[in-house]
Write a protein that binds this ligand. Structure first.
Ligand code: NCD
Length: 317
């Protein structure tokens, strides 16, 4: 596994939440809390990252993650450049590393990368100059650390202590980086119980998600849970032939108001988005009183501000 810290122990890269210590995650969450913006309030701004250059390199589609990394950098006074990877030299066959070396020559300090290929992030992190940081904005099916942090922040805000909670993660767990990062952060914060609910074909291999309870029916799995985290079917990671039919999937695994009624009455509903209404979730639930999906989105900016500030601290000191 790639070393994510500098020699003095401070955080340099964020590629996975695996291996982070609890106090490191707590610090990031505390820092994030300072940047949380109440609805209607003006976002907090500072010049903490003035003079820092951040490049967003996304080779898979993204709306929320890319925009929130961009806003996070700008709100801290950094210069942020988004590379349209389809249009750039990568599409002409230039390797990711050549692109990175070019950007390093242009004095970029932080690379925010989303890529479908496992291992690309660690590879880049292993080759950048010592002062440069690499942050994951989603790596294959493996990890999405800032999503895990924003999910933890959202659960804390709405439910208080994570230790007391039963958390259900529902849907395409097998192909989901969101689920893997959620699992790591909720384990680290000692959630009382983590349940995985999925059809057998979308369940992860038995050697993954150690310690979680597994259910193949939504009705059973949702009993008394405090948090219901829904996932999109990751159709880009399947062959078309193996894809479940959307309407049929909704029949058995769609989160409807009736099914949600099995959870704790004050349970919250989460979704990383993009969501497919009528496939994994009914609109009444997505837009209903138990949904915290929009607070996940706004917490995304706060968490990314905290992460950028943490890794860039040495550069601005
Ligand atoms: C997720 C992703 O890209 O992993 N989206 C996000 O970052 N909020 C989830 C998904 O695509 O289903």
């Amino acid at each position: 596994m790639i070393e994510q810290r500098h020699e003095d122990g401070s955080l340099r890269h964020l590629i996975t939440l695996e291996g982070l210590r609890r106090e490191e995650v707590e610090q990031l969450l505390q820092r994030s809390q300072r940047y949380v913006c109440a609805p209607g309030a003006r976002p907090v701004r500072s010049q903490a990252l003035r003079g820092i250059q951040i490049a967003n390199l996304f080779t898979e589609p993204s709306t929320r993650t890319r925009v929130s990394f961009e806003l996070a950098g700008r709100r801290l006074g950094a210069e942020v450049v988004n590379l349209e990877v389809q249009l750039s030299s990568r599409a002409k066959g230039e390797s990711m590393l050549d692109t990175i070396y070019t950007l390093q020559a242009l004095h970029f300090d932080v690379f925010v990368i989303r890529d479908a290929e496992p291992g690309v992030l660690a590879h880049v992190a292993g080759h950048v100059s010592p002062q440069v940081s690499v942050l994951s904005a989603g790596e294959a099916h493996l990890s999405h650390p800032t999503q895990g942090l924003l999910d933890a922040l959202t659960v804390r805000q709405h439910k208080g202590h994570i230790e007391a909670l039963r958390i259900a993660i529902v849907g395409d767990l097998r192909h989901s980086r969101v689920a893997r990062s959620a699992y790591h952060v909720f384990r680290l914060l000692e959630a009382h119980e983590i349940r995985l609910i999925a059809p057998p074909a979308l369940m992860p291999e038995p050697d993954e998600f150690a310690g979680c309870l597994r259910f193949t029916t939504l009705e059973e799995g949702l009993e008394e849970v405090d948090v219901v985290m829904m996932l999109r079917i990751q159709k880009e990671r399947f062959s078309a032939a193996a894809l479940p039919d959307g309407a049929e999937y909704f029949q058995r695994y769609g989160l409807t108001p009736d099914r949600l009624a099995r959870a704790h009455p004050e349970a919250i509903v989460m979704h990383p988005q993009p969501m497919n209404r009528g496939v994994e979730i009914a609109s009444e639930v997505a837009d209903g009183p138990q949904s915290v999906i929009r607070s996940q989105v706004s917490n995304g900016v706060a968490v990314r501000m905290a992460v950028l500030e943490t890794v860039a601290a040495r550069l601005t000191a």
